[in-house]
Ligand binder design. Sequence first.
Ligand SMILES: Cc1ncc(COP(=O)(O)O)c(C=O)c1O
Length: 363
Amino acid sequence: MGKDPSNIHEALQLRQETNLLRTLSKNFSGSDFISNDYLGFSKLGLLAKNSSNASGSGGSRLISGNSEFIEETEKKIATFHKGDSALIFNSGYDANVGLFSCVPQKNDLVIMDELIHASIYDGVRLSYAKHYKFKHNDVNDLKDHLERHKGSFDNVFIAVESVYSMDGDEAPLKEIIKLKEKYKNVFIIVDEAHAIGVFGRGLCAGLEDKFFARVYTYGKAMGCHGAAIVGTKELRNYLINFARSFIYTTALPDHAIANISIAYDLLKENKQQPLLRTNIDHFLEKVKDIPAFIKSRSAIQCMVLNNNKKVTDLEDKLKKKNILSKAVKSPTVKEGSERIRFCLHAYNTKQEIDTLVKVLKAE
Ligand SMILES: Cc1ncc(COP(=O)(O)O)c(C=O)c1O
């Protein structure tokens, strides 16, 4: 083997010394409070048994990887989310990077929530647009940004997540819409990754025409892979022409598309959602007297413990009791807001939840 550049070794060593080294785990047996399979579509085998063709797509969508089946599925997605069109990407990461790198231009501004997902931030950084972050869920701070830059840019894009992945709380979508309507050429983009399936069609449901684009990812409650951007037909054509993460990659194979399509059928059946909601309600009732929990109605519940050691110790303690959770450390989150994250699922039992809460109450 050849020799690696010295900076690789130094960077890893620094991570090791500061207890921040990321490693890949393999053992995921135990009570699942860690995966994003909120509705259990994947774990309960509701998708895989229906998928047939396991071969690759053989090319990018623009060369040989397109099919009637993908386009039919995109129409189904657009209809479900009450949009004019949908375009499937290979992952939520690809969708956000593609969208945010090609839509905002040199004379545009992107204002995003400070907790915005890395995929959006990476996309924005690839664009030539200027960008700022506003304080998490703070509509007044967002307003200050809009006021400060009024008239200075051709277009302004506001980027939010309907449910935030590290907090589980929701963006104040209605207030953001009200604010946006006071300005010209302001467009809202919402990432619905953690809302689809957990809150029916997502939190944009009923407000569809207020958003320029919505991103639905399929690796969370939908239990499969991929993502779709829902917007106008013109936006779809634009992305096909300019979104590099769409253009320069092999299309998802048919079995992945089939799973997306089946996941939508399962959503319509609405069998798993009430089970998840019952578990969320049960969990919230049990932890209502633990003030360290961030207020959340979603499947993501976080207990803030304020330092990296405390969260890793609790994660280890839970692991010893066969409970899987995730310590979210700084710098992934701000120093002082380190937390342990629990993802709730339709398939968690009441006993699992009660056992978890018992450990938390002993903290
Ligand atoms: C808010 C949000 N957007 C996008 C993504 C990326 O989605 P995917 O896992 O499909 O790449 C994630 C996943 O971590 C996410 O939490």
